[in-house]
Design a protein around this ligand. Structure first.
Ligand code: CP3
Length: 324
């Protein structure tokens, strides 16, 4: 959940000297250095590759840039024929710097530090490809899916195939676990959620398993509520990343019985620190840590988060012991 990033002064310093954000992602030296920054400071059990979910649309030939203060800006797809113009052939070659970063990281990281590769899930990536930027209501992307499900399915299928290939290449380069980020899964009613989020997650899981049977996958279908249980039962993912809103006792009884869970500290509790952070962290550990569990946030760390709160969190989690 954004281990690297603007909350670290060494990240801000490197980014101030580097070029644009996408170039930073696609320059192995920089991607490696940024991935290692939080590991040097906190010695987390796992390192997540520094990259972005939007390197995929970029590799498919869509114009993608990141604007300070606004976030990503893409040349939005507006009609079905735009899908056919995407440059699927050769897209993986344009992502070669990502795999090079993974190879170097596996060599540079301590042996006990798991390296996690990742990609965006088809719906979340499609939402940026159609909206052209971050959105509040996803009206353009959702309306496309409702009005013309045939062409929308074509886009999702293209993303299933390319995302699976992108994940397989990361695993072959040395990623030891893979995470699939569906940050905007929670905006759909049930039927659409199954079609545009659950089915693609399962399809990607199956493709990746066929190529790399020993590499586990963590899915992050953020905001799906009760359907977390369905994801646990049918997505094929070995791990599920719980968002901050998931009730923990329910998750313990209905999700953790089926897959490993991770989560779900409110990033704002970490930003606030103090008693709120301590209580929330303790509640998560006490509820979930007796079964397969990875301590994590419920969403990305915020740039304003004081570093000392992160250190306090690490110390708290490392000191936790199961009640005798
Ligand atoms: O966790 C990590 O350290 C790995 C790196 C990582 C980034 N993005 C780097 C990044 C990961 C796993 C992502 C995933 C990602 N990217 C998601 C899914 C997870 C989520 O947070 O919901 C999404 C939706 C994106 C798309 C994206 N990238 C947005 C909307 C933004 C702008 C928001 C912002 O904070 O400015 C980004 C930029 C981005 N990706 C930054 C980082 C460190 C900040 C860029 C900077 O200011 O240097």
């Amino acid at each position: 959940m954004r281990q690297a990033g603007r909350y670290l002064p060494e990240y801000r310093e490197l980014r101030a000297q580097a070029g644009d954000f996408l170039t930073t992602c696609l320059t192995p030296e920089m991607a490696v250095e940024i991935t290692l920054q939080p590991i040097r400071r906190f010695a987390f059990d796992a390192a997540i590759l520094f990259s972005d979910i939007l390197v995929l649309p970029h590799a498919l030939g869509q114009s993608v840039r990141f604007e300070e203060g606004t976030g990503p800006i893409l040349k939005a797809l507006t009609r079905a024929s735009d899908i056919d113009d995407l440059a699927v052939r050769g897209f993986i070659d344009r992502l070669a710097p990502v795999y090079e970063a993974v190879r170097r990281l596996r060599a540079d990281l301590p042996a006990q530090t798991t390296l996690i590769g990742f990609a965006g899930a088809p719906w979340t990536v499609a939402s940026y490809m159609i909206e052209g930027r971050s959105s509040k209501d996803f009206a353009k992307a959702k309306a496309w899916a409702y009005r013309d499900p045939v062409s929308f399915q074509r886009l999702i299928d293209l993303l299933i195939e390319t995302t699976a290939d992108h994940l397989i290449c990361q695993a072959e380069a040395g990623a030891e676990a893979l995470q699939l980020f569906d940050s905007w899964a929670g905006v759909w009613p049930e039927g659409a959620l199954r079609r545009w989020c659950l089915d693609p997650a399962r399809a990607i899981r199956e493709r990746v398993r066929a190529a790399c049977p020993d590499v586990p996958m963590i899915a992050f279908p953020r905001g799906v509520g009760l359907l977390y249980e369905t994801f646990a039962e049918t997505s094929g993912a070995e791990g599920l990343s719980l968002d901050t809103t998931v009730p923990l006792v329910w998750a313990r009884d209905h999700v953790q019985t089926k897959v490993t869970v991770q989560g779900n500290l409110d990033p704002i509790a970490l930003l606030a620190g103090g008693e709120a952070q301590r209580e929330e962290t303790a509640r998560i550990l006490d509820t979930l840590a007796a079964k397969p569990f990875i301590f994590n946030l419920g969403h990305g760390i915020l740039p304003e988060t004081p570093i000392v709160h992160v250190q306090t969190l690490v110390d708290h989690v490392r000191a936790w012991r199961a009640p005798a």
